[in-house]
Design a binder for this molecule. Structure first.
Ligand SMILES: [Zn+2]
Length: 193
């Protein structure tokens, strides 16, 4: 796994350059069937892309990490909860790209033409996310097992600090990967040893 610096310097979020004190990490998946991180980098590095910006994309074909914001910048990755609170103020946001062979049929529901191929992509991004999150926990002095430190977008919504999305558990569950956020947090903790 390589970390490739690909800052979205034309994105209004990057230009704003607001900083946060990093208190946690939020795991996302992109919600469309695009495994290429560079496709997102290219389309989001645009002054007109003014609604969203994340800290990194994990490529589904290689597992490489494309870092798109400096880690301590405030991202626009999770919207906000009904109380107006947002994990954008506290959490780094990382997107895992998704397999090309899935097809969304509405919301977070999809069909899949090749489940084995899809699981290969998902395993690759999961494994890279574990390594990346372990490294970031070390950099920012975070305990991955502490409540609220590592959360998914879905969990952020349940905690009222993110918009109503189901990622990335919707992807893991429908592809029968057996991955869970609790398992992910334990894997990050193991990887830090
Ligand atoms: Zn998300």
């Amino acid at each position: 796994m390589e970390i490739i610096e690909s800052f979205l310097s034309k994105n209004p979020c990057y230009k704003k350059g607001q900083k946060i004190k990093v208190k946690g990490l939020m795991l996302h998946s992109v919600g469309c069937n695009q495994p290429s991180a560079m496709k997102f980098v290219d389309s989001w590095n645009n002054p007109a892309h003014n609604q969203s910006c994340v800290h990194a994309f994990i490529d589904g074909n290689t597992g490489d990490v494309y870092q798109t914001l400096p880690w301590e910048y405030r991202g626009w990755h999770c919207g906000k909860g009904s109380t107006g609170k947002s994990a954008n103020d506290t959490h780094i946001g990382v997107e895992m790209c998704e397999p090309a062979c899935i097809h969304y049929t509405g919301g977070s529901t999809f069909t899949c033409t090749d489940e084995a191929a899809a699981r290969e992509v998902v395993t690759r991004t999961y494994d890279s996310a574990v390594i990346l999150f372990a490294a970031l926990c070390k950099v920012f002095g975070l305990n991955p097992l502490e409540d609220g430190v590592i959360i998914s977008h879905r969990e952020g919504h349940m905690r009222n600090i993110a918009s109503d999305h189901q990622d990335p558990e919707h992807l893991w569950n429908q592809l029968h990967t057996g991955y869970t956020m609790d398992g992910f947090r334990r894997a990050v903790s193991e990887a830090m040893k």
